[in-house]
Design a protein around this ligand. Structure first.
Ligand SMILES: CC(C)(COP(=O)(O)OP(=O)(O)OC[C@H]1O[C@@H](n2cnc3c(N)ncnc32)[C@H](O)[C@@H]1OP(=O)(O)O)[C@@H](O)C(=O)NCCC(=O)NCCS
Length: 136
């Protein structure tokens, strides 16, 4: 994706039920900065000009992270998410990553099913986090 996809990306997050952190890490300037980071694999799935799916692949030098996977409701169950994740893994593998991970909210059966189908183990795990400010 490129910066001009920003508004469509935020709309896609909204319609997919992923509340954008528009005052935090999803704000326009934050996404612009993330798009410039070498190593980030921010991919969109397009139907013509319309952004219908997205994934934000990042890595921390130890493992690749699959963030904010979203597919427009009208385009689900057509393999779009699976293709996006595989493509993000490829981009991250090119940078030496050999392990991939995603955080899934409890009860998100569709997401869990996608990752299981792609060969991910789904572990019950506690997630500790700390925010510099609430909207981040
Ligand atoms: C999760 C999400 C990205 C899946 O997108 P998708 O493009 O429909 O997924 P795919 O078509 O690639 O699904 C691949 C496989 O995963 C499984 N799967 C996907 N959605 C499923 C569902 N709702 N219920 C059960 N299994 C599901 C199926 O095995 C599917 O293969 P099949 O359609 O041949 O049976 C989409 O539902 C979405 O955007 N949800 C809201 C946002 C979200 O929760 N994102 C994840 C954050 S971690």
């Amino acid at each position: 994706m490129v910066q001009s996809d920003y508004d469509a990306l935020i709309d896609l997050f909204r319609v997919s039920g992923l509340e954008p952190r528009s005052k935090g890490r999803d704000r326009r300037t934050a996404i612009a900065r993330q798009l410039r980071v070498r190593g980030n694999v921010y991919l969109g799935a397009f139907d013509g000009d319309q952004l219908v799916g997205a994934v934000l692949g990042t890595h921390d030098t130890r493992k690749g992270w699959i963030n904010r996977l979203a597919v427009h409701p009208d385009y689900r169950r057509r393999g779009v998410a699976s293709r996006l994740v595989r493509a993000a893994e490829r981009g991250l593998r090119e940078q030496g990553m050999r392990m991939f991970a995603a955080l899934i909210e409890p009860g998100n059966e569709a997401s869990e099913a996608v990752f299981r189908a792609l060969g991910y183990d789904v572990l019950p795990i506690l997630y500790a986090r700390k925010k510099a400010y609430p909207e981040i």
